[in-house]
Design a protein around this ligand. Sequence first.
Ligand code: NAD
Length: 298
Amino acid sequence: MEIKKVGVMGCGAMGLGVAQVCAQVGISTVAVKATPGSVEKIRAGLEKSLAKVVERGKMTAEHMNSTLGLLHLTTKEEDVADCDLIIESIIEDLDTKKALFQRLEGIVSPQALLTTNTSTLSVTAMMAVCKHRERVAGLHFFNPATVMKLVEIIHAFETSDDTIGTLDAFCKKIGKDPVIVQDTTGFIVNRLLTPYMLSAIRLLEMGTGTIADIDHAMKSGAAHPMGPFELADYIGLDVVEAMTLNIYQDMHQPHVAAPHTLTRLVQLGYLGRKTGKGFYDYSVKPPIANPQLRHPVA
Ligand SMILES: NC(=O)c1ccc[n+]([C@@H]2O[C@H](COP(=O)([O-])OP(=O)(O)OC[C@H]3O[C@@H](n4cnc5c(N)ncnc54)[C@H](O)[C@@H]3O)[C@@H](O)[C@H]2O)c1
């Protein structure tokens, strides 16, 4: 089966990025805003960011126009009715995602593939609410979706080989580098990265080093492109907390429990780059470590 039209559910950081990736390679794409409000602001933001890419000489003006022309932003879920592939990228909440999968089965054709971009939730749990389970799988992109090459294709309990084959070909067509993973909490990358970020937060709480020192050590000593706090802020601390809770629920091991500092930052709405403050304060350039987190808090 060839994927000619894609529907992306959710226009957050990941949803919009995934929709852009598809439109950029010439695939007609519908991106559905999942929460109330108009899509005008989102379109204006996308136009502005693509114009900057053109200014930097990384894209031609023609390519920008064709990408924008192929990307239909909407608030109506029914607009994905004729899509061959759905990529769900809404809030990381299992009940909300399950309800969406049930609604989608009533909207798309029985042949259309239904996938989720979940970071750590069970794809099989979303599959379980569907009638046509063989067409349900995970397509886990990485942030920013326009840049990162990896896509984890998640083989859930009853995903068919045909579905996996179609998704593998699709990922390659959109310029990605897929790996097929069985449906276990956190898949490969987040199962390894989440405990690493949590360990960094515990080192901070113990007073082992400052935010800047721990980040510097991992960049300079382990050749990581970002330190663990820069990474957590980039991902979004609400997403990191959701991944933590899901992995903890699966493993019940103390080293994957949510550290105090992470919980408090999320409670305060300090979610990292997207809110302007997290482990770092982005209101100043270059960003400085959040001054409220200078001291051990354990
Ligand atoms: N941030 C990352 O690094 C990353 C990477 C890969 C996958 N993901 C996954 O992608 C998905 C979206 O994450 P994001 O980083 O784009 O988050 P985001 O905060 O940028 O966007 C969240 C999206 O969820 C929608 N939403 C919020 N509340 C909702 C509700 N009650 N019902 C339905 N939709 C609601 C918003 O409209 C928005 O489209 C999540 O499943 C996340 O785990 C995130």
